[in-house]
Design a protein around this ligand. Structure first.
Ligand code: MN
Ligand code: MN
Length: 284
């Protein structure tokens, strides 16, 4: 069951209303890398993990629940940034710190302009967050990645945490409000912590690559196709031992066109760079 605690996980506060930044911050409320996406992704994945990995069910549910706490913080921050947008807009303008600082009709016009760049706050939600991204596109379950194989799901989660982290970092460039920056710094840091938790959880599952049960065909696992002409980049992704075990290496196909003809469309491609045989893989 879920049990709501009235305190926010982090003491979120803002110095002054800022409808423009409230709109940008919607990206982490109802956007594709936002807090609801994270919460729902781990929540949905947890059901598939419960039977085979009860310990990972606990992890996924704990992090999902923390993401709901983040969603609450983001929603509360958006609401504070919109303080004065609902109801008596003009009165709010008269009273806002920003107006006091700048004085005069230009400041008022500027404030109204900022509010109007996010009209959904004025005409749809009455000054609260809306379950959309910063462009007003509705949140969708299509943002959720859950594939029923925990090694696949944990890799999706590490990718999700990476994206959430970088979006917070980008957002922080667009606000000078010290309270908002503190809050975003906390949320960003928690995504770093979650990434490490998912990575450590993945490491406890061995072997964890490749995902699933079926093994890769050794004729094709170690092959790199050079699919362009001109200067070619080489590195551990296409030369030497790379990520492979002792005695294994990448096979670099410099001319894939000739290779495809020679191997009759890969059918006669012999394993190279690996000692694993098709029979051995079949056995596995
Ligand atoms: Mn989060
Ligand atoms: Mn997270």
């Amino acid at each position: 069951m879920f049990h709501h605690v009235k305190e926010l996980q982090f003491n979120a506060r803002v110095s002054k209303p800022d409808p423009r930044f409230a709109r940008l911050l919607l990206e982490q409320f109802g956007g594709s890398n936002g807090e609801l996406k994270a919460a729902m992704q781990y929540f949905v994945q947890a059901f598939g993990a419960r039977q085979p990995y009860p310990d990972k069910y606990d992890l996924l549910m704990d992090i999902a629940t923390e993401e709901f706490s983040h969603l609450e913080i983001v929603g509360a921050t958006i609401t504070m940034l919109l303080d004065g947008v609902n109801g008596e807009l003009k009165d709010a303008v008269e009273q806002s710190d920003l107006t006091k600082l700048l004085q005069g009709p230009a400041a008022k016009e500027e404030y109204i302009h900022k509010a109007m760049t996010a009209p959904q706050f004025l005409v749809l939600t009455g000054g609260g967050p809306h379950l959309t991204n910063s462009q007003g596109v509705p949140w969708t379950g299509a943002y959720i990645n859950a594939n029923g194989d925990l090694t696949v799901d944990l890799r999706s989660d590490m990718a999700a945490e990476s994206r959430a982290k970088i979006v917070y970092e980008y957002l922080m460039k667009f606000t000078d409000d010290p309270g908002v920056r503190d809050t975003l710094g906390f949320l960003m840091t928690r995504e770093i912590a979650h990434f490490q938790m998912f990575q450590a959880a993945l490491d406890t599952i061995q072997p964890n690559f490749p995902p699933g049960v079926l093994q890769g065909d050794p004729r094709f696992t170690h092959t790199y196709f050079n699919m362009s002409n001109g200067a070619d980049a080489r590195g551990p992704w296409n030369q030497g031992q790379g990520p492979w075990g002792q005695g294994e290496h990448w096979a670099y196909i410099d001319n894939p066109k000739a290779h495809v003809v020679q191997t009759k469309g890969e059918v006669e491609h012999k394993p190279e760079g690996t000692s694993h045989t098709p029979e051995e893989v079949q056995q596995k």
